[in-house]
Design a protein around this ligand. Structure first.
Ligand code: PAF
Length: 283
């Protein structure tokens, strides 16, 4: 495994590695890697000749300075994990390397980027598109791997990839969970042990809601019951729970309104508090 910090070095390494038609896969990350990231990297290694992992905490996608400052970082531990699972190239640039000039590009992909996270974190998806488009340009991968925990992010990245005709196959990988059901996230590191136990209520409630749907509850009833269950748990506060069409991410009126339906949630947990997201597929 080789670690590079500059775009020039990355491209030199990749142009040599591509000789003989070798394929390249990319796993974009912000580091603080866990088993969820490892599952993306393992799949990338299996499906491509060369697996590139980017480790870069992208400032342009944070609309909250404190959130950016407290985001966990540990490049050494990340590299140890990546080496053990067979990644070939780690790209860990500085902010100046990725943004030598302020990025003034504006990306807008309604309706998928205007709802849920898009409505509550102004500029977040614009920042994601800025950095992902740069990474795609540097690496020119055949495939790029994203975790389904960030369900909306995948929809936005797909829209951008189509719009700019980047020719990258976006591979969505299933959420990896702790034994308690809590979706793995770098932010889980910021939770105390007892907050972590409390946070498991989120996925447990989402799983239970599948049964509520089966017993005949309407969409609005399931939404209300999920929010009520979580908000009556000490230490948790729901920011939103929305049951949406899995393609357009628009709210659905009933279970027959769309072919694919997913429930997306954001919850604040603990005293800090830590913002956690999760989702569940109903059909
Ligand atoms: O999902 C993330 O970790 C980030 O949003 C990404 C895709 C690496 C872009 O910074």
């Amino acid at each position: 495994m080789i670690t590079v910090e500059t775009v020039g070095k990355l491209q030199a390494v990749l142009s040599e590695a591509r000789q003989g038609g070798r394929t390249v896969g990319l796993v974009p990350t912000m580091g603080a890697l866990h088993a969820g990231h490892a599952s993306l990297v393992t799949r990338c290694v299996a499906e491509n000749d060369i697996c590139v992992v980017s480790v870069f905490v992208n400032p342009t996608q944070f609309n909250d300075k404190n959130d950016l400052a407290s985001y966990p970082r540990d490049l050494e531990a990340d590299c140890t994990l990546l080496r053990s699972i067979g990644a070939h190239v780690v790209f860990a640039p500085t902010v100046e390397e990725v943004y030598p000039e302020p990025d003034t590009r504006q990306f807008s992909y309604p309706p998928v980027d205007t709802v849920m996270e898009g409505a509550r974190r102004p500029g977040h998806f614009n920042g994601v598109c800025q950095v992902v488009s740069k990474l795609f340009q540097y690496v020119q991968p055949e495939r790029a791997y994203f975790g389904e925990k960030d369900f909306q992010q995948i929809a936005v990245v797909r829209a951008m990839t189509r719009d700019l005709r980047l020719g990258v196959d976006i591979v969505a990988c299933p959420i990896v969970r702790e034994e308690s059901g809590l979706a793995l996230s770098s932010r889980n590191q910021l939770l105390t042990a007892s907050e972590r136990a409390t946070a498991a209520t989120i996925s447990r409630t989402l799983s239970e809601s599948i049964g509520w749907k089966k017993s005949g509850a309407k969409v609005a009833e399931v939404e209300a019951r999920v929010v009520e269950t979580i908000d009556t748990t000490a230490g948790l506060r729901t920011e939103y729970y929305q049951i949406v069409d899995s393609d357009t991410l628009q709210p659905v009126a009933d279970w027959e309104s769309a072919k694919g339906i997913v429930g997306c949630i954001t919850v604040y947990c603990g005293s800090r508090p830590v913002r956690l997201i999760d989702n569940i597929r109903y059909k």
